[in-house]
Design a protein around this ligand. Structure first.
Ligand code: ATP
Ligand code: MG
Ligand code: MG
Length: 551
């Protein structure tokens, strides 16, 4: 239906394979386990795992775990679950950058031997100052000319915890005047007196991202190391390490534009703030743009993969993607796959005065209008029903084709009824409608008049109570974090969640967690994977019915 958008990396890899420069590609997805994955990560996952899938290669899952202070086992578990749920399989075991700490340490010693690394005693502030600016060259540290022997000794003592956290670092000796600031003697190791989730208390020093990433790629035989554009300026450094160390192979770094989505934050740090401040109900709150949140909201893996196909992969920082494209992807998936049912979000009682007490008929209704493989539902009809409050108006405007005093409407799959009386309590609130049935309208048009409106309804005797959670965007601003200094929390949507005590048709009583339905005329809903039980059914609105995505 929708053609995949251009993907320059896939085209490039295809050419390399056809030209014989590469026989088997190896990619990797390298999350830091410091939060849950979000929709931006999904783009990277679909790209890396998708390439391996399409080109007959391998994709590794490697945790980039060089910052123990911010990382947790719980995030590792969640990330693995999300990648699997999206439908991807990593080649071999899960890998960790920390698996390579011994090798990286040996390579740091190698650089020292070669006169290409040194231990620096400058403080973090001094290092920043000495580094210079875009227009001013840096100043060499007074510790830059330490000899190898002294450097090796200091590095070992750093590793063993002899020094405090900001007392020393290990730096590469490259070029303090380089126009690329990343090459002005970048930091290779920092002292951190932290316990690491994988290596425990073995290390008191931890390698930097730059000193870890390319070498980990090389150790694993990665051919294409795909990352977002902010690492473009790091590429010369990535290559410097590979050129100056005895690595087993030379992976290539390729950058692409990150995903930015309107009304949505795609930064783990900012999402963590929402979680830590209790603004949302955890990382997998259905309003969160995390993979786990989208899953709970009712997104399917196929819809997320389709969205990632639709946005394509380019090097041009493409501005904001419209969230309507994401909702289009899930809506068109559920349109085909979700069974239909009737559910009244704001119940208004209807008494059918010409239907006898205790009368009951049952309709066998299609599970899905276009799918005869789906089981039929049994929909009971009784004297008392519920319709949605919004489908009745006491003083309707001209084009209102639903129910109003003296007017007729069709009950979906059933009869035409007419509203004869509006019942109110002392305060004037409408409490019920008295209506009468035209029994000559089941499956056929009424005699001599046209009834345009069709509304959904549920038997008051057989309907099941449901808690329905209606979700909306978390933010009212298209770019909630556009202003660097402003607080994105100011742009929160106060109505991002509202809860209805709804009544659904009896077939919903058997809804298992994560089962998805179209509530006819209302939207797509998913039984909450944590909160929904047979005794207390909870449904999340995934998305409404109206598609606003314009190609
Ligand atoms: P965040 O800023 O949200 O923490 P990150 O890049 O620091 O993101 P990582 O765990 O290091 O998080 O990311 C793993 C991979 O996912 C990286 O290769 C990164 O480039 C990619 N990635 C992260 N955010 C996006 C995004 N918005 N669009 C595309 N790829 C992304
Ligand atoms: Mg990162
Ligand atoms: Mg980050």
């Amino acid at each position: 239906e929708t053609t995949p958008a251009p993907n320059f990396i896939r085209n490039q890899v295809r050419e390399e394979i056809e030209g014989g420069q590469v026989t088997k590609i190896v990619t990797r997805f390298p999350p830091e386990p410091n939060g849950f994955l979000h929709i931006g990560h999904a783009k990277s996952i679909c790209l890396n795992f998708g390439l391996a899938e399409q080109m007959g290669g391998d994709c590794h899952l490697r945790f980039d775990d060089t910052n123990p202070a911010k990382e947790e086992q719980a995030y590792i578990d969640a990330i693995k679950e999300d990648v699997s749920w999206l439908g991807f399989e990593w080649a071999g075991a899960v890998r960790f950058a920390s698996d390579y700490f011994d090798q990286l340490y040996a390579w740091a010693r190698h650089l020292i031997h070669e006169g290409k690394a040194y231990v620096d005693d400058l403080s973090p502030d001094e290092i920043r100052e000495y580094r210079g600016t875009l227009t001013e060259p840096g100043t060499p540290s007074p510790y830059r000319e330490r000899n190898a022997e002294e450097n090796l000794d200091l590095l070992a003592r750093m590793r063993d915890g002899e020094f405090g956290e900001s007392e020393k670092v290990l730096r590469a000796k490259i070029d303090m005047a380089s126009p690329n600031i990343n090459l002005r003697d970048p930091i290779l190791y920092r002292i951190r007196h932290a316990t690491h989730h994988q290596t425990g208390d073995k290390w008191k020093i931890y390698p930097s991202y730059d000193f870890t990433h390319g070498q980990s790629d090389a150790i694993e035989g990665v051919t294409h190391s795909i990352c977002t554009l902010e690492f473009e300026d790091h590429r010369p450094l990535y290559e410097w390490f590979l050129d100056n160390l005895p690595v087993p192979c030379k992976p290539r770094q390729i950058e692409f534009a990150r995903l930015n989505l309107n009304y949505t934050l795609t930064s783990k740090r900012k999402l963590k703030l929402l979680v830590d401040n209790g603004i949302v109900d955890g990382w997998d709150d259905p309003r969160m743009p995390t993979v786990a949140g989208m899953r709970r909201r009712g997104y399917t893996p196929a819809s997320i993969r389709k969205f990632c196909d639709m946005i394509g992969v380019t090097r041009a920082d493409g501005g904001l993607v419209d969230i309507a494209m994401l909702t289009h992807a899930i809506r068109s998936d559920l349109e085909d796959s979700a069974p239909r049912s009737m559910c009244v979000l704001k119940p208004l009682k209807v008494v059918l005065t010409n239907v006898p007490e205790g009368h009951e008929e049952v309709y066998d209704v299609l599970g899905h209008p276009a799918r005869d493989d789906m089981p039929e539902r049994r929909v009971p009809f009784t004297r008392e029903l519920y319709i949605d409050h919004d489908d009745f108006m006491e003083e309707p405007p001209k084009k209102f084709f639903r129910l109003a005093p003296g007017k007729e409407v069709r009950l979906r799959n059933s009869y035409v009824i007419r509203c004869d009386d509006v019942i109110k309590d002392e305060s004037g609130e409408i409490t019920a409608l008295h209506c009468s049935v035209d029994f000559d309208t089941l499956g056929k048009n009424p005699e001599g008049r046209k009834v345009k409106g069709v509304i959904h309804w549920v038997s008051a005797v057989h309907g099941v109570p449901l808690e329905v959670r209606l979700y909306d965007n978390l933010f009212l601003e298209e770019q909630p974090d556009k202003d660097k200094d402003a607080d994105f929390l100011e742009h929160l949507n106060p109505e991002s969640l509202s809860v209805c005590q709804a009544i659904g048709e009896p077939s919903l009583a058997y809804a298992t967690p994560e089962s998805r339905f179209q509530f006819e005329r209302v939207g797509y809903f998913c039984a909450d994977r944590h909160a929904s039980t047979p005794e207390h059914l909870v449904f999340n609105r995934t998305v409404g019915l109206k598609d606003t995505w314009a190609k």
